[in-house]
Each structure stands twice: as structure tokens, then as C-alpha cells.
Design a protein around this ligand. Structure first.
Ligand SMILES: CC(C)(COP(=O)(O)OP(=O)(O)OC[C@H]1O[C@@H](n2cnc3c(N)ncnc32)[C@H](O)[C@@H]1OP(=O)(O)O)[C@@H](O)C(=O)NCCC(=O)NCCS
Length: 150
């Protein structure tokens, strides 16, 4: 597999939105939201290409919590056809490395309760469940996860 990771850019917003729609049903970010996330000054985003085609992406940002930089992953998406080939893991490792480089000692994210693929992926990368987020996704609860140290 020829896997390449590159910076995510607003130029490919349409492609990213198409992938987001294929990865999430009700909770997909709108195109405008993805554009907004990417345009954030503190955003970090990567795209995974397999044989030149976009197979997935990740967007996060550095947030200041009690004056300390903390990584926050907003979305990670891999197209169904490309799953279970290590792309999600690779995207996570790439963004964590940048967070670390920018001084973050911790990374946080939210996932839907029952999202087995995501929760297993995060668990294997060292994330711990720290809280249940009641009705975070409408009727469904969310799980708040944290990795510390990064
Ligand atoms: C979650 C997601 C990004 C994982 O991407 P991926 O490229 O398939 O993940 P990887 O191949 O890197 O998997 C790494 C590890 O995570 C775990 N994992 C991934 N998918 C899994 C699944 N469906 N069931 C069980 N474990 C899974 C495994 O431990 C896997 O390692 P292994 O294949 O050696 O067993 C992908 O399923 C996806 O895009 N889902 C829809 C969007 C989503 O839910 N994003 C997360 C929002 S919080």
C-alpha cells in the first residue's frame, strides 16, 4: 500500500466533506464546520492518500487549558474501503506528534458510546475513558477520553 500523509487544506474541502458524510450519519460535520475547523489558527489537519486517492483525514487543534497547550482531536475519518489497514492509527500518531512538538503533554477527544472501532483504536493508543458525556450525541451518550502523557 502506497500510503502518504500530507497537510489538510481548505482546497480539498469538498473531498473532505464527502468522506465525512460516508463516515458519520447524523453527526457529520457540515462542510461549513469542516472549513471553519481547518481555518482555525490553532488547527492541525492531515490527509491520508492511498495510491494518490484520499482515504481519510484527521483534524484537531491546540487549545489552551489553564494556560497549558492541550491537543484536542475533532474528527478522524477513514473511508470504509480503506479501514483496518492502519490508516486511522497513523493519522492519530501524526497529529499527536505535532501536538507534542507544540508543547502539549495531553490529548483529549470525544467518541460516541458504542463506537467500537474508534474506542478500540483510542484504547490501543493509550487513551483512557475519563467521563461519560450524557446525551452528547442527542439520545446517545459520549465518552470523553484523554491520553496523558502524550
Ligand atoms: C475509527 C476509524 C477512524 C478507524 O480507522 P482504521 O483506519 O480502520 O483504523 P486502524 O486500521 O488504524 O485500526 C487500528 C486499531 O484500532 C482497532 N480497530 C479499528 N477498527 C476496528 C473495528 N472495526 N473493530 C474492532 N477494533 C477496531 C484495532 O485494534 C486496530 O488494530 P488491528 O487492525 O491491528 O486490530 C474508522 O473506523 C472510521 O473512520 N470510522 C467512522 C468515523 C469514526 O467513528 N471516527 C471516530 C470518531 S470519534
Amino acid at each position: 500500500m502506497d500510503l502518504k500523509i500530507e497537510d489538510a487544506s481548505i482546497r480539498i474541502l469538498d473531498d473532505l466533506y464527502e468522506i465525512e458524510k460516508q463516515c458519520f450519519d447524523d453527526e457529520a460535520f457540515s462542510k461549513q464546520q469542516i472549513g471553519y475547523l481547518l481555518a482555525d489558527y490553532n488547527a492541525v489537519g492531515f490527509v491520508a492518500r492511498v495510491n494518490g486517492e484520499i482515504a481519510g483525514f484527521i483534524i484537531g487543534r491546540i487549545e489552551l487549558i489553564r494556560n497549558q497547550p492541550v491537543g484536542h482531536i475533532m474528527t478522524v475519518d477513514v473511508l470504509p474501503f480503506h479501514r483496518r489497514r492502519g490508516i486511522g492509527r497513523r493519522l492519530m500518531l501524526e497529529i499527536e506528534a505535532i501536538f507534542k512538538q507544540k508543547g502539549a503533554k495531553e490529548c483529549r477527544l470525544e467518541a460516541r458510546e458504542g463506537n467500537v472501532a474508534a474506542l478500540k483504536l483510542y484504547g490501543r493508543l493509550g487513551y483512557k475513558n475519563v467521563a461519560v458525556l450524557k446525551n452528547y450525541y442527542g439520545q446517545t451518550h459520549g465518552v470523553y477520553l484523554r491520553k496523558n502523557p502524550l
